[in-house]
Design a protein around this ligand. Structure first.
Ligand code: PAN
Ligand code: ZN
Length: 279
């Protein structure tokens, strides 16, 4: 029996297409389901196949989803010993990016996003001062990120630069939002390119750490540590970061609780103090 095929786009992923072919296998009396995921912009191609006994159709939008679904089926006893899965991944073409150490700019230009004071006014300890700056000076640029765009798939290694502008809000140094990785077991490496910064780290169970960074510093963010960077100098602080694509970003926990420590600028020098509003 020739398989019926259907084709549909993947919501939220422009340019992606999923072709699904199904047919009854005369050999096993099983439903044969082949799912092809064609990631057109990145020339990625996955092929996943699964032999199911009984009824049901497995439909997956990524190889990772496929494996997870297959594992669930296997654990529930819905998959016979004829189970088999294969993933073929043709990797994207290698590429090189020139990084400007002073500005963090990528050539060729890839993705860029900016965070302004209005994006994070509630994260500074002195919210009244943040509101005054917004009303008077306007929506100040705090930091910008130059990034490469890679598929969120296991094995991909996103990397980016972050440029934090110098300045303070109520004496507190300009900083990034900060986050835990959604998958807490994923770490990260930061490399200082220019300027002077501080890396604030903390764990959910009470550890806190502050590391100074300058051009040439390689800082390790171990798994389970939330991380935020701060500009403690008079120039832009620029650093490069590298992590695993499926780490993900949990901003919500920091938005709710903040960091245990604040970095204030006093007489031009950084002072790390307890955050009275933490928690
Ligand atoms: C970094 C950060 C970047 C911006 O690449 O994402 O410095 O900081 P926020 O994400 O906290 O706004 C990183 O840690 N990636 O995982
Ligand atoms: Zn991170």
């Amino acid at each position: 029996m020739s398989p019926e095929t259907t084709s549909r786009s993947v919501s939220g992923r422009p340019g992606w297409r999923v072709d699904t072919a199904t047919s009854w296998s005369p050999l096993h009396g099983s439903l044969f389901c082949a799912t092809y995921l064609d990631l057109l912009p990145c020339s990625l191609f996955y092929q996943t196949t699964l032999l199911l006994q009984g009824e049901g159709l497995l439909f997956c939008v990524s190889a990772t989803d496929f494996i997870a679904a297959a594992e669930r089926l296997w654990l529930n006893g819905n998959v016979s010993s004829t189970f088999g899965a294969s993933i073929i991944m043709t990797l994207i073409q290698p590429f090189v990016t020139e990084v400007n150490f002073e500005s963090g700019a990528f050539t060729p230009r890839r993705g860029v996003y900016q965070r302004r004071l209005s994006d994070m006014a509630g994260m500074y300890a002195d919210r009244d001062e943040a509101a005054r700056i917004l009303a008077g000076e306007g929506d100040r640029l705090i930091y910008e990120v130059h990034t490469v765009e890679l598929p969120v798939e296991e094995g991909q290694i996103p990397h980016c630069t972050t440029r934090i502008l110098p300045g303070t809000i109520g004496g507190e140094c300009h900083m990034t939002k900060g986050h835990y990785h959604a998958r807490r077991e994923q770490g990260e490496v930061y490399f200082g390119l220019s300027g002077r910064g501080m890396l604030l780290l903390q764990t959910a169970d009470g550890n806190a750490s502050e590391l100074e960074m300058v051009a040439g510093s390689a800082a390790y963010v171990p798994p389970f540590w939330a991380h935020r960077t701060v500009n403690i100098g008079a120039e832009d602080f620029v650093f490069f970061s590298i992590w695993e694509a499926r780490a993900g970003h949990d901003y919500g926990t920091i938005e709710r609780d903040g960091f245990r420590k604040l970095v204030m600028l006093r007489d031009g020098e950084p002072a790390v103090v307890d955050n009275p509003k933490y928690g």
